[in-house]
Design a protein around this ligand. Structure first.
Ligand code: PLP
Length: 374
């Protein structure tokens, strides 16, 4: 089946009692045991499992071509769980330009877990190979990366990792399963902040980890999900599943609009540099073309001038909200450095733009007017 059909019908449960076409929400935290034996009849307690989470997990498994999924209450809960599924004392390789929250997790909480880490330039497989240690257990990939839109060759890194028995987890938040399926390229795990494109309306905080195989690593992930309890509510699972039904069509709109906006920005006299893998001038364009079906809805660009000029631009838009996060139907942008920690490498004059589903001509007009303030 094609993704448009899977997004609507994956994980679907037919309601035999009421024959409702739209799925029901199960707010109950508890489920009856068999009256005669006292044995569990299926679900027992909602932290461990519930019908809405089960259905969402099945849908994500189908979309990412995996075996199983564990859904979480945020992307960071999903990432934390992947790292905690490794033994203390193990070593992980992380992109040097990884999402700043993941960097803080690794250099903060996971340091207390005694996880060793190396931050490397993931666009260079030789540098990755040079960082592998005897205790390396995981390579983390984020492509396109946040906020510099670096592209990592997933297949190449997975080949390198499998020759050393190292697992690979890809943060697929920015591409979404509509554009990129890392498990098909050799990755072991896919992680999502489903707060972004999967949710698509900036109204659900959630995350997920999808596995290619039911192995020890995934049973650790499942155990942490169920026992530490950072799980999404049945209501959020239902809402997320509802949102995912339109994901493939939303992504087409995001990609089409972003292409128009990136081309416009690339020719604008007040713009110093545009980071968008759909531009042929982007250093990762050919790899992105080979592993993604389109280039996504995220653009970063540097305005000519200072950080203050970038801030003036983001404050001047009429349509585009000056806010953090991404992936919603509405366009948002921010002077990115303001959302990152002090050790960030992000240039002060860089604006990160999540291109929404408004008409591209209206967006371009809004951006053009805002750039006059720089
Ligand atoms: N990964 C990426 C690439 C992100 O952009 C984000 C959030 O912006 C996260 C992970 C964290 O997800 P959440 O905010 O849902 O915890």
């Amino acid at each position: 089946m094609r993704i448009e059909t899977e997004a609507i019908h994956g994980g679907e449960r037919v309601d035999t009692d009421n024959r409702s076409v739209t799925a029901a929400i199960y707010p109950s935290t508890i489920y009856r045991h068999h009256d005669d034996s006292g044995e569990p009849a299926g679900h027992v307690y909602t932290r461990a499992s519930n019908p809405n989470r089960e259905s969402l997990e099945e849908l994500l498994t189908v979309l990412e071509h995996g075996k199983k999924t564990a859904a979480f209450s945020s992307g960071m809960a999903a990432s934390t769980t992947v790292f905690q599924a490794l033994e203390p004392g193990m070593h992980v390789i992380i992109p040097e330009d990884v999402y700043h929250g993941t960097r803080e997790l690794i250099t903060g909480l996971m340091k207390r877990w005694k996880l060793e880490s190396s931050f490397v330039d993931m666009t260079d497989p030789d540098k990755i190979a040079g960082t592998v240690q005897d205790n390396t257990r995981l390579i983390w990939i984020e492509t396109p990366s946040n906020p510099m839109l670096h592209i990592t060759d997933i297949k190449k890194v997975c080949e390198l990792a499998s020759s050393s028995n190292i697992a690979v987890c890809v943060d697929n938040t920015w591409a979404s399963p509509a554009l990129q399926n890392p498990l098909n390229l050799g990755a072991d795990l896919v992680m999502h902040s489903s707060t972004k494109y999967l949710s698509g309306h900036s109204d659900i905080l959630s995350g997920a980890v999808i596995t290619k195989q039911e192995n020890e690593l995934f049973s650790n992930i499942r155990a942490i999900q169920q026992n530490s309890g950072a799980v999404p509510s049945p209501n959020d699972c239902w809402l997320l599943q509802r949102s995912i039904k339109t994901l493939p069509y939303r992504m087409r709109g995001h990609c089409g609009n972003a292409r128009r906006v990136a081309t416009f920005l690339n020719e604008h006299p007040k713009v110093e540099r545009v980071y968008y893998p759909g531009l042929e001038s982007h250093s990762g364009h050919h790899i992105a073309r080979s592993q993604m079906s389109d280039f996504g809805g995220m653009i970063s660009f540097q305005v000519k001038g200072s950080g203050d000029d970038a801030l003036k631009v983001t404050s001047a838009a009429r349509l585009i909200a000056n806010a953090t996060s991404l992936g919603g139907v509405e366009s948002i942008w921010e002077q990115r450095i303001r959302s990152e920690a002090e050790d960030t490498q992000t240039p002060p004059n860089l604006i990160r733009l999540s291109v929404g589903l408004e008409h591209p001509d209206d967006l371009i007009e809004d951006i053009d007017n805002a750039l006059k303030k720089a």
